[in-house]
Design a protein around this ligand. Sequence first.
Ligand SMILES: Nc1ncnc2c1ncn2[C@@H]1O[C@H](COP(=O)(O)OP(=O)(O)OP(=O)(O)O)[C@@H](O)[C@H]1O
Ligand SMILES: [Mg+2]
Length: 360
Amino acid sequence: MDNNIPFNSLPDLPPKADLESPTLLKECIKANKLLAELKGFCQTLPDPKLLINTLVLQESKDSSAIENIVTTQDELYKAVISMDEVHQGSSEAKEVLLYREAIYYGLKMMNQRGLTTNTMVAVMQKLKNTTEGIRKNSGTKLANPATKEIIYTPPEGENIIRAKLKALEEYIHNKEDDTDTLIKMALMHYQFEAIHPFTDGNGRTGRILNVLYLVKNELLNLPVLYLSSFIIKNKSLYYKLLKGVTAKGMWHEWIMYMLQAVSQTAGLTLNKISSIQQLKDETIVIAKEALKSAYNRDIVDLIFSYPYIKINTVINNKIAHRQTASAHLKKLSASGILTPHKKGKEIYYINHRLMNLLSN
Ligand SMILES: Nc1ncnc2c1ncn2[C@@H]1O[C@H](COP(=O)(O)OP(=O)(O)OP(=O)(O)O)[C@@H](O)[C@H]1O
Ligand SMILES: [Mg+2]
């Protein structure tokens, strides 16, 4: 195949490859086991939704970083709490927030209609904040950013692209195929990237589809497993392996990579969530001491869903009026839970221990 010619003969799934070799199955068992642990652990959490919000944000930042959108944690969290005020924040931070919206929107659509072409398009439109749909014009190519060398030219022609997406959709929903779900996810991810249905945002959309797929198949109850950070760290290998499938049918290597991504990430996520939970439990104890009878669980929830807050965040979330809010934040700062940080006219109160956990 020629990198410069649209790959219109991209075959539909499943590939004619051995998807059940002992090496693959061994890796597959390992990944499934770790994922099941993660799922089980999330089910024991008192308020998993709050934790997820923070994890999703982290994923949004990591995934957007693949495209070299530089967003510091600091910028990001400030933008998050400014969301209910004006849409200030930098445009990079906004992209990250859109990514998070795209995940939630994708989940909603998937639950209503499945992981269909429409869901895929909707996810991309949300995250790119565009009304553009499937590629209509020719000319989309993937180039090596350094050398500008063309590495892949995806299929062209809206009808062809739609037909391939339809086939992918059918493969995803085919109940008779008993291939392991994680192996199917690896196949699906390659296929989606190879179809490359949009002019841009295919990588980010594909990464969101992965987690949606895991939720759809009940390997997770909540969208908590994000492979972007693993993919960034192993990006050149990721590109090389995608290429390997197209050029040489190297499915084994590709699937191994994706399974290892799942294992590694599930382990890390499990550790991260349990550290966050532990920190939260400790924080509750200190906050009760600091606020005495004025203690209210909502304030702790707030600083665990927004690692940065301002007085207004407390007020807007209807936890307390200005005076009480201000007193609470001062007491929490004095007890070491929050660190005040003055920026211009604003004082940000940072849950720095949570920030440390998130950025490690
Ligand atoms: N040889 C290849 N064949 C098919 N897909 C590829 C190949 N190399 C890379 N890709 C995919 O293309 C994506 C980049 O495409 P695009 O720019 O549309 O996505 P993005 O979301 O804007 O970028 P990024 O993934 O870098 O954040 C990569 O993330 C990868 O998944
Ligand atoms: Mg791009």
